[in-house]
Design a protein around this ligand. Structure first.
Ligand code: NAG
Length: 376
């Protein structure tokens, strides 16, 4: 008589299902944690109001011609702008002129494409391949401004930003950027001392952010544009919670929403395409999209679980075959009455290991028509 050996396959289906569920939840928790870790900075950007670093109205001298700035001027008196070539288009001429006229004592540099490339080739040759490889010209226009500020310091202004007063009060901060609504900072007007750690960090991060995100708008925004700079800014602030090297933030009211503010806005960016309109539409309907997103995630999660449970069920059947094996009547008188010379094993859904069966199955009962006993 062979002994009955309990095997691991005898784990009850319920227990095996529980183990599977636990595994399923763990794997999902791991995936969600990884995703959240990767977009954590983006998520925190949504709740960042920059108020801790805001340049307040009270800090700024009034817009009065008699007023003289007494704070130390840290940022060098240089205005940087970029354009393809020397001929600034007519619709930006007025804005450009206003900034030049307000600042006769400032150095003015227009960075044309040729000048920008020569500067990168000479001062930052390690970046030249990335710079040349950018698929969209706006990415070169974005990245060059971080290098210029990191290198020379000064104030960078987009060509569509006109000046409404002198920039001197902003030169009192080691670095400043402009806050955008609803979230993050913009890269269209910013200033810094040379080698400010924030802009050094930005130029050092550009290569690792040089990725394609299918839609040109997202690719530009996240590889070199305002979203890139906002993420770097957020990370930078996290690494320097109480440092004097923090980046100060010019809020919208001090920017261009009142008569005494710094800038005037002229015609907007021209590079926004169809996909940008889609993103703006998504921005407007973000509540709807969030609800849809969660619903979709729920449905996908549920379907995954159903598939997984099904696989688990089939797996359990593989591991614990329950063969209703039948022994036919023994027709030979010479053979042992306890033994069945002929066994027909009827496979029952899935494969069975016949060797294992031989060891585990024991014949009991009527020798003429016996059923193999098996723990079901
Ligand atoms: C500058 O670029 C514009 C736009 O591509 C072009 O129309 C213009 O002729 C260029 N000017 C010069 C001086 O090359």
């Amino acid at each position: 008589m062979k002994s009955r050996v309990p095997s691991s396959a005898t784990l009850s289906p319920a227990a095996s299902m529980r183990r599977g569920l636990l595994f399923f939840i763990l794997v999902n928790a791991l995936i969600i944690t990884t995703l959240v870790r990767n977009v954590f900075t983006l998520l925190t950007l949504l709740v960042e109001d920059a108020s801790a670093d805001a340049i307040h109205l009270a800090d700024l001298p009034s817009h009065d011609a008699s007023w003289i700035e007494t704070r130390p001027q840290l940022i060098p008196k240089i205005i940087h702008q970029t354009y393809r070539n020397e001929s600034i288009p007519a619709h930006w001429k007025e804005a450009h002129r206003s900034c030049v006229d307000w600042h006769p004592d400032y150095e003015y540099i227009l960075w044309t494409d040729d000048r920008a490339r020569a500067f990168i080739a000479k001062e930052y040759p390690w970046f030249l391949d990335t710079f040349d490889g950018y698929p969209y010209p706006i990415q070169r226009a974005d990245s060059i401004r971080y290098f210029i500020l990191a290198h020379y310091g000064g104030t960078y202004l987009d060509l569509d930003d006109g000046c409404n007063r002198r920039l001197d009060p902003l030169l009192a901060y080691p670095a400043w950027v402009r806050r955008t609504v609803p979230t993050g900072i913009s890269n269209d007007a910013m200033g810094a001392i040379p080698h400010h750690p924030f802009f050094l960090r930005a130029i050092e991060s550009l290569q690792s952010y040089d990725k394609s995100w299918v839609l040109p708008y997202i690719t530009v925004m996240y590889s070199t544009g305002p979203l890139f700079l906002s993420v770097i800014w957020k990370e930078y602030m996290r690494s320097r919670p109480n440092s004097a090297a923090r980046v100060r933030v010019l809020m919208p009211t001090e920017y261009n929403k009142s008569p005494w503010c710094f800038f005037t806005r002229h015609r907007g960016n021209s590079w926004h395409g169809k996909d940008a309109q889609l993103i703006f539409w998504m921005g407007k309907h973000w509540v709807l999209l969030t609800v849809l997103g969660f619903t979709l995630a729920g449905i996908v999660g549920y379907c995954l679980w159903r598939v997984y449970a099904k696989l688990l069920h089939v797996g359990a059947q593989y591991r614990s075959p329950t063969p209703p094996a039948v022994c036919l009547p023994n027709l030979s008188p010479s053979s042992s009455p306890q033994r069945c010379p002929l066994r027909i094993i009827i496979p029952f859904r899935g494969r069975m290991d016949s060797k294992k069966l031989d060891e585990e199955n024991v014949i009991i009962g009527d020798p003429f028509f016996q059923v193999l006993d098996r723990k079901y």
